[in-house]
Each structure stands twice: as C-alpha cells, then as structure tokens.
Design a protein around this ligand. Structure first.
Ligand SMILES: Nc1ncnc2c1ncn2[C@@H]1O[C@H](COP(=O)(O)OP(=O)(O)O)[C@@H](O)[C@H]1O
Ligand SMILES: [Mg+2]
Length: 242
C-alpha cells in the first residue's frame, strides 16, 4: 500500500511541553484519514509537520516517500504546492474579492493568462457548489460560504493532498453536514489524499475511510469508523462518548 505521508517516531516539545512522543502514523495515498483527539493534544502540530511549518525534534516525516524533516524553505516549496492546507478559520484575505482570493495562488505561482485564470477559478468555485459570487467580499459571506471559498482556493493549484484543520468548528449542525459532504465530494472528484483534523466525532465518522485517535503524543488507535466504534479500549470509548 503506497503511503502519502509517514511519520516515523516523531518527537516534538514546545517550552518543555512534550506534544508528540514518538508518533508513528501512515497515511495511505488516496484515503480520507481523520485525526481525532482532544483540544491541545497536537493535531494542528501534526498537520504543520506535513508541510514543514514545524520541524520534528527527533524522528522523520516522509511526504510521497521523501524525508522532508530537514528540508529548507526552498526545498519545501514544491511540497507546499502539492499539499493544500485549509487553516482553522478559513483565513481569506478580507481586502480581496472572492475571485481574487481564489485566483491568488495562480497569480503567485503560475504564468497563466487572465483568461485561463478566469476559467480555472470558475471551475473550482463551481466544484465547491458556488456561483455568481466573484465580486463579493469575504466579510459578506456566511461561515459555510467562507469555508467553501477557502476550499476553492486550496484546490486551485490542483494539489495531490488536502489538509483540513477543524473544518467544521463554529458551524451549525446543518452546515457541518454540508461541509462534510463537500469534503468527501472534492476528495472523490480530485482523487486526492485528504487528512482532516477535528474533534467533531459525527463529522469524522461520516467522511473518514480511516480514523486515527491521538492521545498523549501517539496514535492510540487507527482503523475504519466501524472498527473504532467497536473498539473496547476505555480511553477511546470515553472520548467517543464525550
Ligand atoms: N509554535 C508553538 N509554540 C509553542 N507552543 C506550541 C506551538 N504550537 C503548538 N504549541 C503547543 O502544542 C500543544 C498542541 O497544540 P495544537 O497542535 O495546536 O493542539 P490541537 O490538538 O488543539 O490542534 C498546545 O499545548 C500548544 O500550546
Ligand atoms: Mg488545532
């Protein structure tokens, strides 16, 4: 089974707080892996390792077979182009229209003409279920729409993988369901690898091929949604009931 990401006994400490303690985790190419875990347990730190925003203290992080743990900023550029990152909160540029937000990575990283950019932006905006919103400003959008625009921007360079950090936090239950379905649809359409960090158990079960439960700096359990629901480990049980 080909791996997209592999953490090989990764350790990470911040200010004497041990966050990752020998974390080993394999993300298969083409799967939707959801990482579950309590608040402050290191979920965001895991995602940041995958794009080299945080280097491990010890251990190695492989992306598409390459050990990126000692890559410099230049070496990380192609990695960041191949792996889209949806940060918590969406993080759109508030002074730019929806169109310019989604077009931004194309203008930064490609030499496409404005006509080509126009087509590409509209293709992605349609893919996330929106239309006729080119000239709207982000502060006029609902939470769910902001997520979708952020998603359109994250896929505009046609990445091999997408990382989502708490994509449903702060959304009402109906929008949460929508966003979960959308993540699954985008995954199927683009045939990518998706890694989703969340503490929303229902959303996790709805979208995941496999679920990994992070506890005390390591993966305590990894398996399909059915397998984790049937798991009789008391700590996993306690978390799922919370
Ligand atoms: N850049 C940093 N500097 C110092 N501490 C950090 C940094 N990034 C994360 N941490 C700490 O690491 C722990 C895990 O953080 P995080 O991965 O954000 O948790 P979560 O599981 O909620 O996403 C927290 O205690 C956080 O304060
Ligand atoms: Mg986090």
């Amino acid at each position: 089974m080909a791996s997209f990401v592999f953490f090989d006994e990764v350790y990470k400490t911040f200010d004497s707080k041990e966050v990752l303690r020998g974390l080993t985790l394999l993300v298969r190419k083409g799967e939707v892996l959801v990482i579950l875990g309590g608040s402050g347990t290191g979920k965001t730190v895991i995602l940041k390792h995958i794009v080299g925003l945080v280097p491990p203290d010890r251990g190695r992080v492989f992306v598409e077979g390459k050990d990126i743990s000692r890559f410099d900023e230049n070496q990380l550029l192609p990695v960041r182009r191949r792996v889209g990152f949806l940060f918590q909160g969406g993080a759109l540029f508030d002074s730019m229209s929806v169109f310019d937000n989604v077009a931004f990575p194309l203008r930064e990283h490609t030499t496409l003409s404005e006509a080509e950019i126009h087509d590409r932006v509209h293709e992605k905006i349609r893919l996330v279920g929106l239309e006729n919103i080119d000239w709207m400003m982000p502060d006029k959008l609902s939470g769910g729409m902001r997520k979708r625009v952020a998603l359109a921007r994250a896929i505009i360079l046609e990445p091999e993988a997408l990382l989502y950090d708490e994509p449903t936090t702060g959304l009402d239950p109906i929008t949460t369901k929508w966003v979960s379905t959308l993540m699954r649809n985008v995954h199927e359409k683009l045939k990518i690898t998706s890694i989703i960090v969340t503490h929303n158990i229902q959303s996790a079960m709805a979208v995941a091929d496999r679920v990994a439960f992070l506890y005390r700096g390591r993966i305590k359990f990894i398996g399909t949604p059915d397998e984790i629901m049937a798991c009789d480990d008391p700590i996993v049980h306690e978390f799922l009931r919370s």
